[in-house]
Design a binder for this molecule. Sequence first.
Ligand code: SAM
Length: 447
Amino acid sequence: MPLIKAFAQASTSPLSLTLLLASRCLAAVEGGRSLTEALGKVPSANRSAVQAVTLYAMRHWGRARAWRAMTLKKPTGQPWVDSLIALSLLLLDVAVAPESSSTDAPRYTPHTLVTQAVDAAREGRAKPVLPGLLNAILRRFQREHRQFLDNIKTDPVARWGYPLWWQKQLQADYPHDWQSILAVSCFAPRLVLRVNTRLTDVAEVLHEFSEAGVTAVHLGESAIAVTQTGSVDQLPGYTEGWWSVQDLGAQRAATLLAPKSGERVLDACAAPGGKTAHLLELAPITLTALDQDPDRLIRVGDTLSRLRLVHSGVTLKAVDARNLEQWWDGKPFDAILADLPCTASGVVRRHPDIAWLRRVADLPKTVTQQAKILDALWQTLAPGGRLLMVTCSVFLQEGEQQAVNFLSRHPDARRLPAPGHLLPKASLGDEPGQDGFFYGLFERAVL
Ligand SMILES: C[S@@+](CC[C@H](N)C(=O)[O-])C[C@H]1O[C@@H](n2cnc3c(N)ncnc32)[C@H](O)[C@@H]1O
């Protein structure tokens, strides 16, 4: 049933409605759709409550699935009810033992949670036996909580909240750091902004935020961390284009490519345009931005308009970067940003659903796709020019190994200093945290 319809039919009880809508979103993710897409279908009045619950659920989905498997012998035939069971078990765990739950955990009393979850099942028109079944499952979980906790102690999927293949890949890539890399997704990221230095500066933005009672701290260069209290577009300077939301790790890209005044720059995988805008903020350049997804490319145009960065030297093209004959005029670029499509394994703290959406077969597919894009782009780079390879992945195949293989295919490529794999860090205390990225910088030899 579409979410809108579910909303219209649901009662006015906020928690049962939140649980119902959240369960439908989680069922969409279990069916292969992204959480962002599913949340986009939730009525805006309910979205932030549903988002909070579903993000928490996705961060701890390993446990939720394990407990569901212990209580439900076979699927109910209504995927959203299966998701409601898993979600309710997870939230009941918090309700029963709030002291051992993370600070972002949604907190209800056990009684409220059980009755509202059962109401959600009824309001969503679960099959007649299912509200009673859910009630029985939750009562048993509450009675036998200690046992349920003990039963998942040796289950790595429940312990770490990632599919097993993902964990094995990280163990192989990072024999020492894999546990800390996995742990970051349990913590919600802090809001980090990049100040648009074409229009303003860090001091002015901090002043405006302070006047508005918003707590913000400077993190270095153009980055500030904000203690968020509501929707970002309500913060001072959003409409004026004074800043963009951009993770600290992502802010390294444009500064590493370091565009210079008058250069011809290519942003080959540009959408939604965060790094495109940053390149334009750093220097007056001629810029071509490509993306193969026309809908996503529209967002690049919107971003540049809001940030007042559109000028006659900016060209946007909805094309596949590999098909040079479709878009390249034969004039070489001085600098290329190749922010490649990848598994996005470095941004799971922002998008915890990614770990559950990806399949083991996705990794070799993206690796092949990345190599093809890099090889095509290399032909468009001027001798003496530089290409920055970026992925938001922690897997070595999508980073260091890809870079090494690229160098072996291109004898005219020389590696320049760049951070390589930036490992993700959790936002804890004063530590702003960052997503995981790979940065490899190459220069084309002048022959
Ligand atoms: C990691 S995202 C880019 C993020 C963007 N640079 C930013 O900072 O906002 C990768 C983008 O590459 C695009 N893409 C994937 N394959 C492509 C191809 N062959 N040619 C052009 N764009 C491609 C995807 O549509 C996606 O928007």
